[in-house]
Write a protein that binds this ligand. Structure first.
Ligand code: PLP
Length: 404
């Protein structure tokens, strides 16, 4: 049977990025003591008061169809939280609830991008972006992030990437996979490029609550940007609620109305008891969020300096998010070879970052979503591996010298 041409565009590099993770899962099933540092999955449980709210709501009969764009109380809670974290005041009518940030992003790109349109996004980027753009018939144009500048954006390169076909600049701060957090100057400069070229700016802010030193700056909050910016976010990372699928898009009123039409034929509203739990999460779980943020920061401070000390590896302190990005260019191995040998020899699974874009070659993405002791054990194993690699390198150099 024939499949549509869009089907091809949806299978992209994003699906390949996970190869090592699936291999590690097989090993685990076969009894290997694998430590998974691959997935961006918080190890914390969803705060109990959120779970209780869902159960109570379900028991009280909140199990029917709901409003297509989410109940007003949840949209108001999201609008208030957005104002608290970004300084931008929005009306609940600008908020559309979707099944996670991924779903919100997919819908947003469907609204803004058509066949042949270009979406400019940094390289490396979150692994689903390319397929999301492809599913709308668009094309990703990637602007390299410079590893030696901590993966911060090259604004001149961004400006050069604009063509008459450009429709959207898609950014993500704090950034997955690199851990970079955009400065206010960078956000302002990107906003200026969007304005000068009449482009939409889509801002993926799922890690907004995990900016460790700098304040999180949302482009939507800058003067004159609200009319051309869509923010997508969710409770997945901030509240350890990945499985609940509570996310949203915030944009101009007209955008929200168009999104209503898409969600009407695509999702038809998400579960009411989950939305009720979402309200409680936003309104009542701030202490839990602060504890999780502190834990990610503590783990970052444990892992990044440890890896940075190892022969063949370097690792900057991530500025935000839940990943460390280790540089393995000094090891003589490619990202893929490093990750594969580490899995084979030490049963530690990390993601080769070339799966996130060309600029990720030579880098490894390491999740901080595990308890401190498990992360320390993973670091010990990576240390043993690096020591072995270094000894191999020395003995190979010795053999070369002996032959010479
Ligand atoms: C940058 C980025 N955007 C979006 C998502 C999807 O988030 P959600 O679980 O809310 O769909 C993720 C998940 O890892 C992510 O890292």
């Amino acid at each position: 049977m024939r499949y549509s041409s869009r089907t091809e565009d949806i299978a992209g590099r994003g699906s390949e990025a996970w190869h090592l993770h699936f291999l590690a899962a097989e090993r685990k099933r076969a009894g290997h003591p694998v430590i998974f540092l691959t997935v961006g999955e918080p190890d914390f449980d969803t705060p109990p008061l959120v779970v209780d709210a869902a159960v109570k709501s379900m028991r009280s009969g909140n199990t029917h169809y709901t409003e297509i764009v989410g109940p007003l109380a949840l949209r108001q809670a999201v609008a208030d939280w957005h104002e608290e974290t970004t300084g931008q005041r929005v009306a609940p009518s600008q908020v559309v609830v979707a099944a996670g940030a991924q779903n919100a992003l997919f819908c947003t790109i469907q609204m803004l991008v058509g066949p042949g349109d270009e979406v400019i996004s940094p390289d490396p980027a979150y692994s689903t972006y390319e397929a999301v753009v492809g599913a709308a018939g668009g094309r990703m144009v990637q602007v390299p992030l410079d590893p030696d500048r901590g993966f911060h954006i090259d604004l001149a390169a961004l400006e050069r990437a604009v063509t008459p076909k450009s429709r959207v600049i898609l950014v993500n701060t704090p950034h997955n996979p690199t851990g970079a957090v955009m400065t206010r100057d960078e956000v302002e400069a990107i906003a200026a490029i969007a304005k000068a070229n009449d482009l939409w700016l889509v801002s993926d802010e799922v890690y907004a609550s995990l900016s460790f030193e700098k304040p999180h700056v949302s482009p939507a909050s800058l003067p004159g940007m609200a009319e051309r910016t869509v923010v997508v976010s969710s409770l997945s990372k901030s509240h350890a609620m990945t499985g609940w699928r509570v996310g949203w898009a915030i944009g101009p009123e007209t955008f929200a109305q168009h999104l209503h039409n898409l969600l009407l034929c695509m999702l038809y509203g998400s579960p009411g008891f989950i939305q009720q739990a979402g309200i409680v999460a936003i309104r009542e779980a701030s202490a839990e969020i602060a504890q999780m943020r502190d834990a990610y920061r503590r783990r970052r401070d444990l892992v990044a300096p440890w890896l940075d000390r190892l022969p063949g590896l370097a690792c900057r302190l991530p500025e935000g998010g839940m990943f460390a990005m280790a540089d393995c260019r000094g090891s003589g191995l490619s990202s893929q070879d490093f990750a594969r040998r580490l899995l084979d020899e030490e049963s530690v699974a990390i993601l080769p970052a070339d799966g996130f874009g060309k600029q990720g070659e030579g880098f490894l993405r390491i999740s901080l979503g595990l308890a401190d002791e498990t992360l320390a054990e993973a670091c010990r194993r990576i240390e043993a591996f690096c020591a072995r690699l270094s000894a191999e390198g020395l003995s190979a150099a010795g053999t070369r010298r002996a032959r010479a």
